[in-house]
Design a protein around this ligand. Structure first.
Ligand code: ADP
Length: 614
């Protein structure tokens, strides 16, 4: 992938990423950081106190002071550790919640997103990639969170060790040292030590980068094989029936590319890990000699020697950690790029500013003016040159074979998509000029693939948590579910399905559909649309539901969609769709009279299904 970003671009992405991370995991970060600072402080405290104790033992040897120092060391360490334990408890609580927090963030973003993104295959794949990476390795927001503490520890380590170590570079007055000791007591030795530290930083950064690249590659394989695995796991019954086990397993093994994943990457980490280890070793040795020699010539006492030795190790550790984590974060920017792409999807649908008139007489008129539409990434016109007008109170039917463009017509009408060409007008004004949310309020749709949720029946009908009981009951009664609800112990509060509640109920396809229709009624919108919600029913039952519905909707505009002509026969305005175009329009009697028309052709073809009802 890319990874050709400049340093500045990388940092910019990190800043943006961390802004989001601080927003969504604020509490977890605060507690983790406090916990971490406490954890980082205690070894320094231990080192510092040991140095004092050693000096006391080596020089003044005051027993009282020694006891006091020992007590402070033990007591202080005890308190620090106790403090850390308490913080750890809090931080664990918030930590365990971070997975849910970022899922919630993505859900929230998606809920605000304009609808066409949700169906756009590019966006679907983008989202899948984000989740696959998140679930496999935490790549994306979680990696940013997880690295905060290592970075924070490293910085605290560097600051503390530097501030405790500067005095190490002190020089003493020249006592006539020669050779090695003269060198140690000269500014040159400091230069050598600083150069080594600098080189160490470079080595840490380079090896850290190479390693994290390898790790990322391995993780990407993992994400890929995870999604393959869940894909293959889905088809349980087919696998059993067609005895495909072997085929599936060998496919999975082949795709997993085990050898490269396990062996090659191990070799790499060994190679680069060793380079790092050797460097750290050289550094530690040189600094050890430097500090020991300085102590020897009397620049500082034995206690300081112990202190410096410890703090130098911490310093090196801090630098390598920082370099290594920087490498991880830069690698993680590939995942962040996808996250940002998802967050930055445009929302051109929300630019309208006009309010939709709230008319008492709900007198609305809709017009499609030469509307054509192509789905994103699709070459074919799903609708072509569609012209049509209808007024409130109309009963309209949209009929045609599967794939003729009926659902697309409804999606455009409800602004789930905007036309590729042409305009849709509400009371003479282009619908894109209205405020999106207000425009959405005038439609209620029962889609073909309507969804009910594992909430209570009432919440499903009202589509919100705070509902009007009477209204819910009346909608359920209007769709003919009054008796069924009356028989339930918990009435409209009965949960649907058993996913979350043991006393949830399972409803039949027909009942589910009626609940979906009740939900459409509850919304009380001037336009109400039935998009073949009855596909699961036989033609006679569908026709019955449609004509019942016609009475329920009263003075609203109802639009019926079906590929079954008999269901819509009662409508005075029937539009016949064929290959994305309206090929005929009129009442049943007018349309059937045209013996060469599509309607007549479909009617004859379908007649066998409902001759009983004729
Ligand atoms: P109908 O509701 O009459 O069955 P649709 O409106 O669903 O027909 O489909 C009209 C055409 O648009 C079909 O050719 C269908 O394949 C295509 N189509 C529908 N949905 C999508 C989509 N999300 N992306 C691309 N093409 C689509």
């Amino acid at each position: 992938m890319k990874n050709k970003r400049t340093f500045k671009e990388n940092i910019k992405m990190l800043v943006r990423g961390y802004r989001i991370v601080f927003k969504i995991y604020r509490k977890a970060i605060i507690w983790r950081t406090l916990n971490d600072i406490a954890g980082t402080l205690s070894p320094y405290f231990a080192l510092y106190m040991s140095a004092l104790v050693v000096d006391e033992l080596a020089y003044s040897r005051d027993a009282k002071r020694l006891i006091l120092l020992a007590m402070i060391s033990v007591g202080g360490l005890f308190l620090l550790n106790l403090f850390k334990r308490l913080l750890q408890g809090r931080s664990n609580v918030y930590d365990s919640d971070t997975w849910r927090k970022d899922m919630y963030y993505y859900m929230e973003t998606q809920n605000k997103m304009q609808y066409d993104h949700l169906e756009n295959p590019d966006v679907v794949i983008l989202r899948q990639k984000i989740f696959a990476a998140k679930n496999a390795t935490g790549a994306g927001l979680s990696v940013l969170l997880w690295n905060i503490n290592a970075v924070c520890r490293a910085i605290v380590n560097i600051i503390l060790s530097v501030s405790l170590t500067v005095s190490m570079f002190k020089l003493v007055e020249d006592h006539g040292y020669e050779g090695f000791f003269a060198f140690i007591n000269s500014p040159y030795s400091i230069l050598v030590v600083l150069t080594l530290i600098f080189l160490n930083v470079i080595v840490s950064i380079t090896t850290g980068n190479v390693l994290s690249k390898k790790v990322r590659k391995a993780y990407e394989d993992l994400a890929e094989s995870n999604s393959l695995f869940s894909f293959l796991m889905k088809f349980g019954s087919d696998i059993t029936i067609f005895n495909m086990r072997r085929q599936i397993l060998s496919e999975y093994n082949k795709k997993l590319r085990r050898p490269s994943f396990i062996f090659k990457d191990r070799a790499y980490s060994l190679k680069y890990g060793s380079i790092r280890m050797i460097w750290d070793f050289i550094m530690t040795a040189v600094l050890f000699i430097f500090v020991a020699a300085k102590a020897y010539i009397g620049v500082f006492g034995i206690g300081s020697f112990i202190l410096y030795r410890g703090t130098i190790a911490k310093f090196i550790d801090g630098i390598s950690t920082l370099a290594e984590r920087y490498g991880y974060l830069i690698e993680n920017n590939d995942a962040m790029e996808r996250v940002f792409e998802f967050l930055d999807l445009p929302d051109d649908m929300y630019h309208g500013t006009l309010s939709v008139e709230k008319r008492e007489d709900i007198d609305y008129e809709i017009e499609f003016r030469d509307v054509s539409f192509r789905y994103p990434r699709s070459e074919n016109w799903a609708l072509r040159h569609v012209n049509m007008k209808f007024k409130i109170g109309d009963r309209m039917a949209v009929v045609g074979m599967n794939g003729s463009g009926k659902t697309t017509f409804i999606k455009l009408l409800c602004r789930l998509y905007d036309p590729t060409e042409g305009k849709i007008l509400l009371n003479g004004i282009d619908i894109t000029r209205y405020k999106y949310d207000e425009y959405m309020k005038i439609f209620s749709v029962v889609f073909q693939d309507y969804k009910l949720f594992a909430f209570s029946i009432a919440e499903n009908v009202a589509a919100e948590m705070n509902y009007d009981r009477e209204k819910v009951l009346s909608c359920l009664e209007r769709v003919g579910l009054g008796k069924r609800i009356g028989e339930l112990e918990r009435g409209i509060e009965t949960p649907l399905y058993r996913d979350y509640e043991n006393d949830g109920i399972d409803v039949s396809g027909g009942e589910a559909q009626k609940i979906a229709i009740a939900r459409a009624l509850y919304k009380d919108a001037p336009f109400i649309i039935l998009d073949e919600p009855t596909a699961a029913l036989d033609p006679l039952a569908e026709a019955e539901i449609y004509s019942q519905f016609n009475e329920i909707v009263e003075n609203k505009t109802a639009i019926y969609i079906s590929h079954r002509l008999s269901s819509c026969r009662f409508c005075n305005n029937i539009a016949v769709f064929n290959h994305g175009k309206i090929v005929q329009q009129g009442s049943h009697d007018e349309l059937i009279a045209d013996k060469n028309g599509k309607y007549h052709e479909l009617w004859i073809a379908q007649a066998q299904y409902y001759t009983e009802g004729e």
